[in-house]
Design a protein around this ligand. Sequence first.
Ligand code: HEC
Length: 155
Amino acid sequence: MRRRLAFALLALSVAAAACDRPPAADGLREWTAADHDRNDAKEKSGAQAAGQRGPQPAPRGSGGGGGDNNGAAVLIEATWKAQCLRCHGPIGHGDGPEGPMYKPADLTNADWQDKVQDADIAATIKNGKNKMPKFELPDSVVQGLVARIRASRGR
Ligand code: HEC
């Protein structure tokens, strides 16, 4: 009896947390072991989803148009850090941990920036160049990286 009450409270709180249906007591009256399993699984996934939603600012669907731009900026930074920083360094000076090995040019250099076209930068990222490996990234990410490099001009 105690257990059943505890379970009822649990199921109610799960239903409330999930917010997808009213806390109907139907299932509880005819409770069986199978129901327990099903609700247990539901409770787990509910808890997980709540955990994911809770502390972090969700990158996707974080509210309207501004959220999309924000998400893209986060994605570009993450891509730079994961794929480019090891050679090009945090800004693009070529001072990443593997900079000494590959000696990439300083991407912030104004003279280089003046003579290179956005399309050339994008092509280098997609096709590689000498020791620079090629990166198969979505166009939007490549464009974002080009913009990031442009923004580092003279820094
Ligand atoms: C393994 C080291 C390495 C990584 C990782 C790397 N690069 Fe490079 N990158 C180089 C080297 C070396 C060059 C110089 C190529 C040359 O001109 O011979 C270069 C050159 C460039 C250039 C200048 C091309 C030009 O027109 O002179 C751009 C732009 C560039 N990289 C962007 C990126 C971006 C964006 C990323 C991440 C997606 C990245 N690189 C990752 C090594 C790397």
